[in-house]
Design a protein around this ligand. Sequence first.
Ligand SMILES: O=C(O)[C@H](O)COP(=O)(O)O
Ligand SMILES: [Mn+2]
Ligand SMILES: [Mn+2]
Length: 573
Amino acid sequence: MASSWKLADHPKLPKGKMVAVVVLDGWGETSPDKYNCIHVAETPAMDSLKKSAPDKWRLLKAHGTAVGLPSDDDMGNSEVGHNALGAGRIYAQGAKLVDQALASGKIFNDEGFNYIKQSFANNTLHLIGLMSDGGVHSRLDQLQLLLKGAGERGAKKIRVHVLTDGRDVLDGTSVAHAETLEKDLSELRGKGIDAQIASGGGRMYVTMDRYENDWQVVKRGWDAQVLGEAPHKFKNAVEAIKKLREAPNANDQYLPPFVIVDDGGKAVGPVLDGDAVVTFNFRADRMTMLAQALENEKFDKFDRVRMPKIRYAGMLQYDGELKLPSHYLVSPPLIERTSGEYLVNNGIRTFACRYSHSSFKEVDTVFLSMYNSETVKFGHVTFFWNGNRSGCFNSEKEEYVEIPSDSGITFNVKPKMKALEVGEKARDAILSGKFDQVRVNIPNGDMVGHTGDIEATIVGCKAADDAVKTILDAVEKVGGIYVVTADHGNAEDMVKRDKKGEPLIGKDGNVQILTSHTLHPVPVAIGGPGLAGGVKFRKDVPNGGLANVAATVMNLHGFVAPDDYETTLIEVA
Ligand SMILES: O=C(O)[C@H](O)COP(=O)(O)O
Ligand SMILES: [Mn+2]
Ligand SMILES: [Mn+2]
């Protein structure tokens, strides 16, 4: 091992304990009422962690500046949450880096913009992404500044391909967003720039799949955006969104694809040879599939029919390992020396002995981790955890297990999702004795919470709690340690509230359902028979956040974290 990777031994804590790291997705802490699905659901396992050991349960900040977002008005999300959990430090995240690059004008001077600019004189600039002010994947104000900047720098023809949100923002806000965008585009037209929205669709049905769960989602987007083909044709995007929202059960997340056509019925914005394309989402997970389709010569995930020769740039580079895409407007946070990479580089003997052929030969290089979730969250505990890197650091020491998610449904239909399977896989991994760390993500609170279906979310929360119980029982059997936490809030509050905390009533007389994440803190609990006596949470880290978890987990493996990591949450009395 290179000496730079060597972690110091913890002065008091032993090595060799199996540590289960459990991340409940979308599981925050707030006051109990009927819109708090975690409170309403039966969750005995999580309740017992809170009640039984007050010095081993606490809250952590999971939003805003604590996870590298521009302000404390920004809710947390899985990318920034898992980045912080895995990296142990707070990095300025995509949202903030793009803000800075736009404010300084640097974005317009760097390589990525200069590359796409070559298409401005004779061809079209296409901007594809999520039309939202949620700040999770993209932001409308950033798109507006990008449009303005491109217009000022010679873009003559601009086409925007919008994906409606309703997941990180209230359902129905797509209409106002499209109106805002249309106003900007008409100002550009006033300056002689041919600027229009060219296509659209709901993010979950068109384009923004992740982790290769369902390539048909990306194909629907490709057909509308690149080929100019969609089942619905309109003259104007605001009209399109309003009309498509009238269908029974329609919502922003799942609007069908549409294209804008001219008076002759011809699509106004297919992508053609010589054009420039920018995907303006800064967040990676739901853009990498489209990025592959736009960038890769060889591609077999669906029939692209026509692959235009384009200049393509991402808002950010989405995958640092695959260098995807190769051109980008803003450099992503350089997240390096993550806890996963350190641990892989620091051997743990005890369990590794089981791999040795001669009995009790010391094998000092094997650190096995097993990371598992189902498809829709799989990359969270791998890709995000490892600083937006796909693949393992060392395939001999890491095993990534993925349980296929149900696809083609919204998760309120099957709110238990694969929690049982995730729990059982984790249990089996723990009991196998092959792994020093077993890391899992349990998605229900988040994925069902995003549907806005309160009854289903309650069922999902119970299923998540059942999975926690399965894992804790296995930890108990092997004498291990557990760390149970969450990446951000969601299921604990399902309604939009006024400043006093009262539910807001919408125009239709019903409470306004909140599908998005929240600003609430998340719990973290430690315990298990392997936890050394006297270990408890320190009282002097009152502002602790997700980034403090990595040093804590390193301690529980018997190591001291590197100096520049956020401090550990625990002390040994
Ligand atoms: O991509 C999504 O599903 C939401 O926009 C954010 O949810 P996540 O951050 O929990 O993935
Ligand atoms: Mn999440
Ligand atoms: Mn979410």
